[in-house]
Design a binder for this molecule. Structure first.
Ligand code: GDP
Ligand code: MG
Length: 163
């Protein structure tokens, strides 16, 4: 039974990009999982010698409740419930949005270990947002760029340390 790492956050923050980045080097099989959220994808990643099961929460468009918050929650509820660690992503370029804050406050109440990620922080981009992200009450944000591969090695180390 591999430890389960769930990637969560509002749409468009780069969750799937991060998922692909983390599973990529292992060419993990990514398959649709049956269940409430048919778009949810899972794969395996090797992080600092530790094998983990990674879940990319998606399928917000398919989930039933018709508000963004409802969809985020429906998509993430079952995944977060089985998470050994949640990677909660924000977009450092757009800053903290009301949806991020809302989702973060829901996530805090789930009592799962959370690692806060400020994505799209290539170069110096997003330094302010990363600082702002402290206000989400989910600990110290880790700034990285899933698309450019910056900060990924640090992230892998952080994940491995927490499992
Ligand atoms: P998701 O909806 O959270 O799964 O987000 P996606 O992974 O589909 O990414 C949404 C958009 O953000 C895409 O256009 C990505 O190319 C872009 N993106 C993802 N990661 C980064 C990053 O690190 N930097 C920048 N600048 N763009 C990114
Ligand atoms: Mg996605």
């Amino acid at each position: 039974n591999l430890p389960v790492v769930v990637i969560a956050g509002r749409p468009n923050v780069g969750k799937s990009t991060l998922f692909n980045r983390l599973v990529g080097r292992r060419q993990a099989i990514v398959s649709d999982m049956p269940g409430v959220t048919r778009d949810r994808k899972e794969g395996e990643a090797l992080l600092r010698g530790r094998r983990v099961k990674l879940i990319d929460t998606a399928g917000l468009e398919e989930a039933a409740p018709d508000t963004l918050y409802g969809r985020m929650r429906a998509s993430s509820e079952s995944a977060v419930a089985m998470a050994d660690l949640v990677l909660f992503c924000i977009d450092a370029r757009s800053g903290i949005t009301p949806a991020d804050a809302h989702f973060a406050s829901w996530l805090r109440r789930q009592n799962r270990p959370v690692l806060l990620i400020a994505n799209k922080a290539e170069g110096q981009a997003g330094t302010n947002a990363a600082l702002e992200a402290y206000s989400l009450g989910l600990g110290t944000p880790l700034a990285l760029s899933a698309e450019h591969g910056e900060g990924i090695a640090d992230l892998m180390g952080e994940i491995a340390e927490r499992l």
